[in-house]
Write a protein that binds this ligand. Sequence first.
Ligand SMILES: Nc1ncnc2c1ncn2[C@@H]1O[C@H](COP(=O)(O)OP(=O)(O)OP(=O)(O)O)[C@@H](O)[C@H]1O
Length: 283
Amino acid sequence: MNKPGREPTRLVPVPSPNIIPERDVDKTPILEAQHLGIDFGGLTAVDEFNMAIGRTEIAGLIGPNGAGKTTVFNLLTKVYQPTRGTILLDGIDTAGKSTVQVNRMGIARTFQNIRLFSNLSVEDNVKIGLHNHIKYGTLQGVLRLPGYWKEERIAHERALELLSIFDMQDLAGAKAGSLPYGAQRRLEIVRALATNPSLLLLDEPAAGMNPSETAELMENIVKIRDTFQIAVLLIEHDMSLVMGICEGICVLNFGHIIAKGTPDEIQNNPEVIKAYLGSGKGE
Ligand SMILES: Nc1ncnc2c1ncn2[C@@H]1O[C@H](COP(=O)(O)OP(=O)(O)OP(=O)(O)O)[C@@H](O)[C@H]1O
């Protein structure tokens, strides 16, 4: 966590029972979930979920299998409407908003299972993310009027620029489905970034990656945060990644938060250790 040249993160309460890095404390948290919960029939999948994320924080959401982590992502992105509670994005209530609307408001995500358009090119996959921001109308597009070509050129340049984060610009013309697994996962992140988010949600970004790919991914997540000055919330089972780059970590078990804190605090928390050992996932 405390890499050479980087200040150790101090988490401070804002407002209780939330914690965010000290450098973000005077600014509105990018995300605040308050008393969030969802029931599926008789099953309460998530309850009393309270979390704030600083505007430039890299935060982690961890917990054993079935703890409710992906359900939290589905709530934040409005795939599910909450049964109760509030989600504020940059201080604005997202009640009643759709997935598309919260994406436009600034939340982008990747999925546990890769969801690319595998028959389209790498560049076109990124352009789909950019589409929110393309300004030409249907008529300009159909008739290929000058406004269309101008926006297309801007989109092309922006797609290459975003791909270059992962050094993937030379793969722009390749079919997305032909890329190796690790590159497809990176492309998903680029596509999410193309929607110009202020909060990037990554669902198990290191799944299926080998240790050297994971190490590179960690560097790239930090680079993305530093370059775009955005917040990242990630779900991950790979504890080397979580403990290596997350500043604040929130631990879920059976749909409830059992701990919040810095990597050091979380690793030494007896309840967290018990939850992981009990699940057989003691990474
Ligand atoms: N649409 C749904 N209908 C009914 N139950 C659901 C639904 N979505 C999630 N659940 C339940 O909510 C609980 C939490 O599941 P979730 O997938 O969020 O866990 P998770 O922490 O992401 O697990 P994993 O680490 O295995 O991905 C589980 O009991 C799951 O069966």
